[in-house]
Design a protein. Structure first.
Length: 88
């Protein structure tokens, strides 16, 4: 596998976002994602579909979303992924 995804599970700030659920290593992961702007709402099942859903959702929130605060939050997550905090 190339690159790990780090989905947001049940974002505490609001009811929208990306949710990924994997009950056990033997079950298929399921995910749904929706955006506060109402222009993005999808669900997926299976590892490949879930990964691509997460990527598309993040891309929407970072680049395409009409809401500036959504884009700002996504840009921050993007920055954090590229600059991981070192744990001491
Ligand atoms: Zn949006």
């Amino acid at each position: 596998m190339s690159g790990r995804i780090t989905p947001t599970i049940c974002d505490p700030d609001h009811g929208f976002g990306i949710r990924v659920r994997l009950d056990s290593p033997k079950t298929l992961p399921v995910a749904d994602a929706d955006c506060r702007c109402g222009q993005f709402a999808e669900s997926a099942e299976g590892e490949v579909a879930v990964q691509s859903l997460v990527i598309r959702a993040e891309r929407h929130m970072r680049d395409d979303c009409p809401l500036p605060e959504v884009r700002a939050a996504a840009a921050l997550r993007d920055w954090r992924r590229r600059h991981p905090t070192r744990r001491t």
